[in-house]
Design a protein around this ligand. Sequence first.
Ligand code: PEP
Ligand code: CO
Length: 384
Amino acid sequence: MRRSGSDWDLLPAAEQPNWRNHPHYERTQERLSAAAPLVTEPELTEVRGALAAVAEGSARVLQAGDCAESFGDATLSRTAAKVTVLNELGDLLAKKVSRPVVRFGRMAGQYAKPRSNAFEVVNGVEVPVFRGHLVNSFEPDHAGRQHDPRRMLWAYQASADVLGALRTHWESGRSGPWTSHEALVLDYERPLVRAGIDGDYLGSTHFPWVGERTRQLDHAHVRLLASVTNPVGCKVGPSTDPETAVRLCELLDPGRTPGRLTLIVRMGRAIETALPPVVRAVRRAGHPVVWLSDPMHGNTVRAETGQKTRYLADIINEATAFARILDAAGAHPGGLHLEVAAEDVTECVGGPVAGERQLTTRYESLCDPRLNPEQAFELIDTVF
Ligand code: PEP
Ligand code: CO
């Protein structure tokens, strides 16, 4: 069901599933339109206030979780394990910077992935690539990799279950962790846009972000996030020039509201040359954004074992450069956006994972390689 004010829906959009002709497609749209929003406007007001404090320098952010959540993780115990790690890392960061830390899980909705290639070869067979549990199955066969719109309903239910588990933490008096995910699949996000008191809001999560592959200025994703009252994020990669960054700010933060927009910097080695002019231009244009470092996505390499991996040393270098560049520009380094597992996985090299040959010991990610808790502790302890 199309809502009023959704002009963005007529614009082109990259990375969308191919399922419009599926017999269940229309019904999924009706069901999602009739479903209760997962987040409330008072919660969004609280999160906006928390991010305003980060923009002004009196607090920091830690946003962390899986690259791709699994439907199988939508349980009380799995969620509790992730919240425990997020809070322990947040507590360490708070101690190191002597400021409160606002916590966001990449959780309760991080079920869809943009991908560089449409197909991959598994065991000698070419199959459509895995696009997250919201779109298809991880099982690498042709049937499992078909795009199935009913998965949007399962994603909604899994998100509701994870949020239910998170709410028990809020009720014990903690503020957050709040939820966040990449707002990628428009057939899922569109029916969850709801009319609120101050305007439309996205009912699928507290803090949606737009990814590096879908942040085109004249495409639907940026305009969707521009149209909602949630605080929003936007990834900023190595090819971002200062003019593009300022245009993104104009679209996503027209009112120049502290904390309304978070720029999530993921530049890899290019950060030294690419970030300073972007920071200068955004500051000159008067946008009080939150600057966040995602030191993961610009540092992905292919290991000799065949897996995707990341070196902790590269991640530490990027996060350190980020803090130095922001400080030098007179801006606040707002914190970190990480991919971290709750278990001792062996997906990134560094700390307890001595070399690439150890990656096969416990590699469980559905998508990108995550730090294990010990590696994430070392990162925060070294950078701040
Ligand atoms: C992600 O955060 O998992 C992701 C796909 O990042 P990016 O859009 O920055 O590549
Ligand atoms: Co990722």
